[in-house]
Design a protein around this ligand. Structure first.
Ligand code: PMP
Length: 379
């Protein structure tokens, strides 16, 4: 219901922050029985819940091409990232400078790998870091950046990691459902997933382990998830994750159509405001994301105007406390603080239509016209 209401009243273009629940997920949750559902209970209710969890494990495993035994459910990507980094505490760790805060703040001592002006991790910088000092124990890289949508060269980084016997951790929270993932082919050691980025519930996700990898233990005090993640399983969240994973996998073939909408949005924005800057546009990007800035118009002002026009987008930067800070990703790409504080992220999803993009453009033009009549310098 919420997703449908949202759709008719306003245009939601903030899928990278959180995607709406898929209709199939909503239907499954609406039919959720009030029965108790502790999968560790031996009675019939418990066994049913266990069956649901294991079905979902197989569905999530299929999304990323692993055996279900390699999937460990948890509360989401933040927990998965913290879990991996806590297992490498005290060891040499390299992380890209554009990682999510759940990597950067969980390992403040980790050495930062710079990125190119287009937002791609700098492979030669990794080589230099590897040659300097003791070999790193772990390298962390997100597969797709949440702000720019830039797809990182994970296979090249895997080669570098293998050369120095470092483990490789890939945060795939923004890659799942957007590009095909075959963890078997990739051969990484750890992979992070988040359910609400693919149309499941927030507060649910998984850490996927490479084959032969022992699970790092983060929460202790129970035998759940093979003793690797204590706490009664979030069965509705896990089931929703499984349904969403199935649909995300089925939708992969048609996901690329979003790049047509994205490219049309970018060229039409450019026609209205030739001063616009796009970020990561020359790099390989996922189909759904556009990060742009109108120099002189701060994200906060633009977001308020667009929201008044019924269009939900984001600044693409750290805004967890309601305070918009200039994007650390853009700063790492060498973008000035002034321009970074003007960033606007448009992120579409599986049910975004051409009409949504038209409505975005109408709102965008209304905003820029209004600001022009007020004498805004930059528009
Ligand atoms: N990693 C990336 C790349 C993300 O985009 C996010 C969510 N913004 C997270 C981790 C954290 O995800 P969750 O909300 O599931 O903790």
């Amino acid at each position: 219901m919420a997703a449908q209401r949202m759709k008719s009243d306003s245009v939601y273009l903030d899928y990278n922050a959180s995607a709406p629940l898929r209709a199939s997920v909503l239907a499954r949750l609406r039919a959720w029985p009030a029965n108790p559902a502790n999968p560790s209970s031996v009675h019939s209710f418990g066994r049913k819940a266990r069956g649901e969890v294991e079905d979902s494990r197989a569905q999530v495993a299929a999304l990323v091409g692993v055996d279900p035994t390699q999937v460990f459910f948890n509360s989401g990507a933040t927990e998965a990232n913290n879990t991996v980094l806590s297992a490498f505490a005290g060891q040499r760790v390299l992380v890209s400078a554009i990682e999510h805060p759940s990597i950067l703040e969980a390992a403040p001592q980790a050495e930062r790998i710079p990125v190119t002006p287009e937002g791609l991790v700098d492979l030669s910088a990794i080589e230099s870091l590897i040659k300097t000092g003791a070999p790193p124990a772990l390298i962390c890289l997100m597969w797709v950046n949440n702000e720019t949508g830039v797809i990182q060269p994970v296979l090249d980084v895997l080669t570098l990691a293998r050369r120095c016997n470092a483990a490789l951790h890939i945060d795939a929270a923004q890659a799942a459902g957007r590009i095909p993932i075959d963890m078997g082919l990739l051969g990484a050691d750890f992979l992070t997933l988040s359910a609400h980025k693919i149309g499941g519930l927030p507060g649910s996700g998984a850490l996927v382990l490479g084959s032969c990898q022992p699970p790092p233990v983060f929460l202790r005090g129970g035998g759940q998830e093979k003793q690797a993640r204590a706490g009664t399983e979030n069965v509705p969240g896990i089931v929703a994750f499984g349904v969403a994973a199935c649909e995300a996998r089925e939708g992969l073939g048609s996901y690329a159509r979003l790049s047509v909408l994205r490219d049309s949005l970018e060229s039409r924005v450019e026609a209205v405001t030739p001063s616009v800057r796009f970020f990561g546009r020359a790099a390989p990007r996922v189909a759904n994301t556009s990060l742009l800035a109108l120099p002189g118009l701060t994200s906060q002002t633009a977001l308020m105007h667009m929201d008044l026009e019924g269009v939900a987008i984001s600044s693409g930067s750290a805004c967890s406390s309601g305070v918009v800070k200039p994007s650390p990703t853009l700063r790492a790409m060498g973008i000035s603080e002034d321009l970074a504080s003007c960033a606007l992220r448009v992120s579409m999803g599986w049910d975004t239509t051409g009409e949504d993009i038209d409505r975005f453009l109408t709102a965008f033009e209304t905003m820029t016209n209004r600001l022009k009549t007020r004498g805004a310098r930059a528009i």
